[in-house]
Design a protein around this ligand. Structure first.
Ligand code: NAP
Length: 526
């Protein structure tokens, strides 16, 4: 049996009380380690985090906590090679794909450290200036954001074991809120090792950073008033957490990032041969293949003018055909494995469901896998599907296949395209490919209510745009409806989730005293 990875709770390393769940190399099929959270005293661990970690963090200023984030980024940077090695083994990703997770995590930590330093010696945030409540101004109302006095329980998905932890922990710790992370079991190794490195480096006070692995009993039951949950994963699990009796009883704040049927929209102006058309093809192929399509933001639906559907399908298929899939240890391979055989089965089931109403336009052949045995590896070739009638199709707008799969959907006119994009009933992101600024602005205004982010690519930004699926800390991450209704990132605004906003109604001299210890809450994006 492989080694059991410890949990860090109540300021000490603790082994789970059973043999644990195995973690595998998704290419070779070998067992790598085990995780277990069985028998952990979560109530004790959460209480320790609230009291020891929370008190110690809140005793610091934003600037001091931002220095801790900067130090965490340094600690992670120093061991970068080790993280890449773990990702290669446990996530089956190529070096470029591992970078999205690992370097993305370090970059996001660094960015929050830079923003936090600007908040200086403050210990709370002032939301605007006080306003008069009476005529003479002798009694006023000022809004302040104060750090919440609970833990932030981070329940994460398997696809981003590094970034998924740190993109949430950065705003939480900067806010003065201790973190307990529960990584997804399949890829928990990287998260656990990063937490171990940061704890070993002594960057944070005891109780500020804890990790519980596997599926410990009472994860949600042990939450208490003022605790917070930030969840990433499937809509079903998000629903179960939000509907949990303990969460309802204490009105525990939950931020949920769930699944999403994101789209790319080719503008009516973008004919085959145009730069906008080529940029759309490049981005769709990138989104389908980066991390083998296991990104919550990946393009699942490609909306194109009806008369250009055939050309778009052909161009995307031709580019996909050049992508080598298989064992990322082979330098020729551009797309590695899915995270597990369970994910492979889920992708195959999703493909079968989609093909009940969509036609297969192009699929790679498993015989072309490089250095990977299809009977063992969790590798799947890209699949491009197409439908003739996007209105009649239901599953295309509803079934998220979490792999290298997208469907080309034709539209009649701009209004029809916007309607089809909205059929995702709330998505994280849609991208627009056009050389028509007026159309792009109209589309963004029409589609924004159903999307957390709109990514407009014109030929002028063909080389400089940050990528449809790339989540930058400067921009909001999250989306309405099906996407979970959450908001993460987006500059210092993300700190709001970890603070309580409170109105203080008082004479001006009291508000002035309070404001001395507050930094202006920019509420913006840095
Ligand atoms: P999942 O089953 O919902 O798992 C997500 C996390 O929840 C894992 O840590 C899982 O632990 C845990 N979990 C599952 N059931 C639980 C319960 N009853 N109580 C407490 N925790 C529980 O999701 P998944 O299928 O592995 O992840 C893929 C999904 O995540 C995709 O649909 C994708 O779209 C979505 N996703 C969304 C975003 C975003 O930002 N919007 C980002 C990435 C992924 P175990 O691993 O131990 O089961």
């Amino acid at each position: 049996m492989t080694r059991l990875l410890d949990n860090h709770l109540a300021g000490r390393w603790q082994a789970g009380h059973d043999a644990g769940a195995p973690l595998f190399d998704p290419v070779l099929g070998t067992e790598l380690a085990r995780v277990s959270g069985a028998g952990l005293d979560l109530a004790e661990g959460y209480a320790f985090a609230r009291a020891q970690g929370g008190d110690a963090l809140r005793a610091l200023t934003y600037a001091q906590r931002s220095a801790q984030l900067a130090r965490i980024a340094e600690v992670l940077q120093e061991k970068r090679d080790a993280w890449y090695d773990i990702a290669l083994q446990n996530s089956g990703t190529t070096r470029n794909d591992s970078a999205v997770d690992i370097d993305g995590a370090i970059y996001t930590l660094g960015q929050y450290a830079r923003w936090g330093a600007k908040l200086g010696a403050a210990r709370c945030l002032a939301d605007g200036d006080p306003v008069k409540l009476g005529r003479d101004g002798s009694f006023q109302s000022g809004h302040f954001l104060v750090p919440q006095r609970g833990i932030a329980l981070l329940v994460n998905a398997f696809n981003f074991p590094a970034w998924g932890l740190w993109e949430k922990a950065a705003p939480a710790l900067l806010s003065g809120v201790p973190v307990v992370v529960k990584p997804a079991t399949a890829t928990a190794w990287l998260t656990q090792q990063m937490v171990a490195a940061v704890i070993e480096a002594g960057v944070l006070p005891p109780g500020a950073l804890s990790i519980v692995c596997g599926r410990p009993d009472g994860l949600i039951e042990a939450l208490a008033p003022f605790d917070l949950v930030s969840f990433t994963g499937s809509a079903d699990t998000a629903r179960a957490i939000c509907a949990h009796e303990n969460v309802l009883r204490h009105a525990i704040r939950v931020n949920a990032e769930t699944d999403s049927l994101n789209s790319a929209l080719l503008g009516p102006d973008a004919a085959p041969g145009s730069d906008a058309f080529a940029l759309m093809v490049k981005e769709v192929v990138r989104e389908m293949t980066v991390k083998s399509g296991q990104k919550c933001t990946a393009i699942r639906r490609v909306l194109v003018p009806r008369e250009r559907a055939a050309a778009a399908t052909e161009a995307i298929a031709a580019a996909l055909a050049a992508v080598k899939v298989g064992n990322p240890r082979n330098d020729a391979v551009r797309m590695g494995a899915l995270a597990s055989r369970a994910q492979l089965a889920a992708v195959r089931a999703g493909l079968a469901a989609l093909q009940s109403e969509a036609q297969l336009a192009w699929a790679g052949d498993d015989a072309d896998l490089v250095d990977a045995d299809p009977k063992v590896a969790a590798c799947v070739m890209p699949h491009l599907l197409k439908v003739d009638d996007g209105d009649a199709s239901k599953l295309v707008h509803d079934v998220e296949v979490f792999g290298p799969v997208a469907t080309v959907v034709p539209y009649r006119d701009a209004g029809h395209a916007f309607t089809l994009a909205r059929r995702g009933y709330g998505s994280l992101v849609a991208s627009l490919f056009t050389d028509d600024a007026a159309f792009a602005a109209r589309a963004a205004a029409q589609m924004a209510h159903a999307h957390g982010r709109l990514h407009v690519v014109t030929p002028a930004v063909g080389k400089t745009h940050t990528g449809h699926g790339n989540v930058m800390p400067m921009s909001l991450h999250g989306g309405p409806g099906r996407a979970g209704g959450g908001e993460e990132l987006g500059g210092l605004r993300a700190l709001a989730f970890y603070h309580q906003r409170s109105a203080v109604q008082a004479p001006p001299e009291v508000l002035a005293k309070l404001a001395e210890g507050a930094a202006p809450w920019q509420g913006g994006t840095g």
